[in-house]
Design a protein around this ligand. Structure first.
Ligand code: ADP
Length: 452
């Protein structure tokens, strides 16, 4: 009774709503520049554009042993990094899952406990002639940084709620917990995970200009001229890494092509109205946008014969990792796609047409994410045209970049209209900055403690 026509029509409309034209990308790039300019000048309408206090590029010759801590949403990683110079390093790490009690109460003492276990198990000693072990701290929560090793917590997120910590210096809180345990570990730098990716990239490629995370969330940092940072009160000579917090780009949704499925996610999320760009791009959210879009078709009885499942009805039940599996399935009968829906998500008997439709929907949302990612990367590169004269390395970390099919190729290709074929083919080098948080923190600790 004309169902295929109705389905085709619905899919065409959906494809149009998720499409991002080159003209739209250009508009996004222009607005990105305005937002960067506002942020650098301290105007709240812009992106945060947070100075990192890192004003010296690593050379790749840094040497010595350093500790690094990486506090993310679910794990604390403690690493000992041995920088060997000549861009070479060696790393030992241990992962500790953060218990609920630490998230809600005892975080800093719990961190000290983990560091103490690590230091003992791995016989970590200070570098010769030094009293303490120098440590870099990658901290993935918003802080108001006031120095290389000083930053006041703005707020918690990701389910953390440690009492008496908002507004206080998290380095001090951690350092005090170390003292209570008589740990000879001194935190010499606090940094964002994007900064870790950029430093790791700089250690092997001195021409690195950008560090990007495409993981649970998305964010980037880059080298900016101090004279461009209007809100910076210090000396104006030289450069500093700026943490853009680009996940917060266009929170007012003035240029981003938000669809009804994005609006639904945004409205139901605890950080409604915040990180709206991140919600179109990153691993934490893409699966949920896709789930919303698929259920929209189910509700019109255009997919899965109008049937969902208790599992698929749950918010965030459709992990972005499933999208990777689905879009990479090129088998004629879409075996993997069927497996995800029938076995994992318990949707009753999906047909081949269902699988094709679901794959097409995932493709639309993944493709949009890659185009927007490319637009933001191109925007930052174009912001400093003098950078584009030579080769430029971009250090990138995160599961989306590593595992979403063709993410790397799409970043290159979608930049072409804005950066030119010659630049993309011959000068742009996108590189995985693996374990960037751990290694980058050690590099900063080395630079900070002048182990050159
Ligand atoms: P983080 O950003 O927290 O350091 P990751 O870079 O590993 O950690 O990102 C985790 C996010 O990546 C999760 O939101 C997860 O859904 C998503 N993810 C994990 N595996 C894949 C995959 N194969 N394809 C796409 N996304 C993935």
């Amino acid at each position: 009774e004309g169902a295929p026509d109705k389905l085709n029509e619905a899919l065409l409309r959906m494809a149009a709503s998720f499409a991002v034209s080159d003209a739209k990308m250009r508009e996004i790039i222009d607005r990105f520049h305005q937002s960067m300019r506002d942020g650098l000048n301290g105007d709240e309408a812009g992106m945060p554009m947070i100075p990192s206090f890192i004003d010296r590029r690593p050379t790749g010759n840094e040497q010595g042993k350093f500790l690094s801590l990486d506090l993310g949403g679910t794990n604390l990683r403690v690493c000992q990094v041995t920088l060997l110079g000549k861009s070479d390093f060696h790393m030992v790490q241990q992962k500790f899952t953060i218990p609920a009690e630490a998230k809600e109460r005892t975080l800093f003492d719990w961190i000290a406990q983990c560091v103490s276990i690590f230091v003992e198990e791995h016989d970590v000693e200070p570098n010769p002639g030094e009293y303490s072990i120098n440590c870099g701290f990658t901290f993935s929560f918003p802080i108001n940084q006031t120095g290389l090793a000083e930053g006041n917590l703005i707020m918690w997120n990701k389910g953390f709620l440690v009492p008496n910590s908002v507004g206080r210096d998290v380095v001090r809180l951690t350092q005090d917990a170390f003292l209570r345990k008589h740990l000879r570990v001194r935190i010499v730098a606090i940094l964002n995970d994007t900064v870790g990716a950029l430093m790791t990239s700089c250690y092997s490629n001195p021409d690195s200009q950008l560090g990007i995370i495409f993981g649970t969330g998305t964010n980037a940092c880059y080298w900016e001229r101090l004279s461009n940072i209007g809100k910076w009160a210090g000396p104006k000579e030289g450069e500093m890494v700026i943490n853009t917090e680009w996940g917060a780009f266009d929170n007012a949704i003035e240029v981003l092509p938000y669809t009804m499925h994005d609006n639904k996610l945004n409205r139901k999320s605890p950080n409604h109205g915040l990180q709206v760009f991140e919600k179109m791009i990153s691993g934490m959210y893409l699966g949920e946008v896709a789930r919303n879009a698929l259920l929209y078709l189910v509700d019109q009885r255009l997919l899965f014969d109008g049937r969902s499942s208790p599992i698929f009805n749950k918010s965030y039940a459709f992990d972005t990792a499933y999208m990777s599996e689905i879009v990479s399935d090129d088998s004629p009968d879409l075996t993997e796609v069927r497996k995800v829906f029938e076995q994992t998500l318990e949707i009753p008997s999906p047909t081949l047409l269902d699988c094709k439709v679901a794959k097409a929907v995932c493709d639309m949302i993944g493709t949009r994410a890659m185009r927007l990612s490319a637009a933001s990367m191109a925007a930052v590169l174009l912001w400093r045209p003098e950078m584009l004269k030579g080769t430029v390395t971009v250090g990138i970390d995160g599961s989306m970049y590593q595992f979403y099919p063709s993410f790397d190729k799409a970043l290159y290709d979608n930049c072409r209209p804005f950066l030119g074929d010659d630049f993309v083919d011959n000068k742009l080098k996108l590189r995985l900055a693996k374990d960037g948080s751990g290694v980058g923190a050690a590099i900063i600790a080395a630079v900070a403690s002048k182990h050159l």
